[in-house]
Unconditional design. Structure first.
Length: 360
């Protein structure tokens, strides 16, 4: 099972590369944007985006992981539907083929015959990339891949990814918006109970590279299963503080903002991206992320939730990643219906719940 973690780390890094390539090639990027429609639309946005990058990354992860772990076939779920429509109105099912030239041919169909763009993408998809991570390499885990399922959000924070504001992430603190808010999220849960047990979070755009043109990424992983709680990141030993920093979506309801503003020594802050807000909690950059609505999904929370658990924290009310809300349609079947309270230190839950009680 530790082998699965190593594969997920490599494929997430490959995904980050694809995300970077798509942004770097302007002609490629312009071709990518398509709007979501119908039941697959996340109601939250007036305009929501589905990019070819999203679909390609999701299918690449599915392809690479299933090739190594056939027992996961049918248990890798993603946010995106892999049907894509090209400029001629033809519907193409995007899959990653065994051979690079076949993937190029398929992508050329989606890209209205643009061979250059198709080859660039296909090359990034078929790249043989092995990410080395010492802690992950020495990890032992006694669980079979046949007992788990996977949730992928190929790109979380799509609107930030598409907008492409070139903010760099500060050493302390976080970016309220911009490219660092876009993340690749791969979460593993137990098929039997729906408990999240392994998470890989890759941030493709963390800092500019030395040329000032390209970007360098970062990644974090965590495993929480049985007695094993391991994270690539050491929990920050922040000195005890009376202050409580609360991270919210800028579109959070005014009643919730007002209620939380009454927290003693509290400060309200805002950042884009559900995954990014969860990552800020993981890194201890804020104390808690509160979301009052069901506007996030299992693919947003599974990976960061597993990492938070590995660090002794959690996400309240989210435990089941394996069962849909049967009375719902489309993406809403997998919504985190009751909202989110994500923390490293569980003592914040009580404070937040108390502040919200009777006010929202
Ligand atoms: C989105 C994305 C948004 C978030 C929304 C998610 O996922 O993370 O940023 O809203 O809840 O579903 P907000 O930024 O207000 O927290 P995606 O980008 O994958 O559609
Ligand atoms: Ca998302
Ligand atoms: Ca997404």
């Amino acid at each position: 099972m530790a082998e699965l973690l190593r594969s997920l780390l490599s494929v997430a890094e490959k995904a980050a590369n694809v995300a970077r390539v798509c942004r770097q090639e302007a002609s490629l990027f312009e071709l990518l944007v398509q709007e979501k429609t119908g039941a697959d639309k996340n109601k939250k946005f007036v305009q929501d985006f589905k990019t070819l990058a999203d679909v390609v990354i999701q299918e690449m992860i599915r392809h690479d992981v299933c090739a190594k772990f056939p027992e996961l076939t049918g248990f890798i779920h993603g946010e995106e539907s892999n049907k894509f429509e090209n400029g001629l109105g033809e519907s193409v099912t995007v899959t990653v083929c065994a051979r690079e030239q076949d993937t190029t041919a398929l992508l050329a169909k989606v890209l209205d015959g643009d061979q250059t763009a198709a080859s660039l993408l296909s090359k990034a998809i078929h790249q043989d990339l092995q990410l080395r991570d010492e802690t992950a390499e020495s990890l032992q885990l006694s669980i079979s891949p046949a007992d788990v399922g996977i949730w992928i959000d190929p790109i979380d924070g799509t609107s930030q990814y598409i907008e492409g504001k070139e903010e760099e992430e500060p050493d302390e603190g976080f970016c309220p918006s911009g490219l660092p808010c876009a993340l690749v999220l791969i979460g593993v849960y137990l098929r039997a109970t729906g408990q999240p047990i392994m998470g890989v979070i890759n941030q493709p755009f963390n800092r500019k590279d030395s040329t000032g043109k390209g970007w360098k990424g970062q990644h974090i992983w965590g495993v929480s299963y049985g007695d094993v709680n391991v994270c690539s990141f050491t929990r920050p030993s922040n000195p005890p503080s009376e202050c409580l920093s609360v991270l919210l979506s800028s579109s959070e309801r005014p009643a919730v903002k007002n209620a939380l503003a009454t927290l003693p020594n509290g400060s309200l802050m805002y950042a884009a991206g559900a995954g990014y807000k969860l990552l800020c909690v993981v890194r201890g950059r804020v104390d808690v992320y509160v979301l009052s609505e069901g506007s996030t999904f299992k693919w947003d929370s599974c990976a960061p939730h597993a990492v938070l658990r590995a660090l002794g924290g959690g996400v309240s009310d989210l435990s089941q990643y394996h069962q849909p809300h049967t009375h719902r349609q489309g993406v809403d079947r997998w919504a985190n219906q009751g909202g989110i309270i994500a923390y490293l230190d569980s003592s914040v839950i009580e404070k937040v719940v108390e502040a919200l009680a009777g006010k929202i």
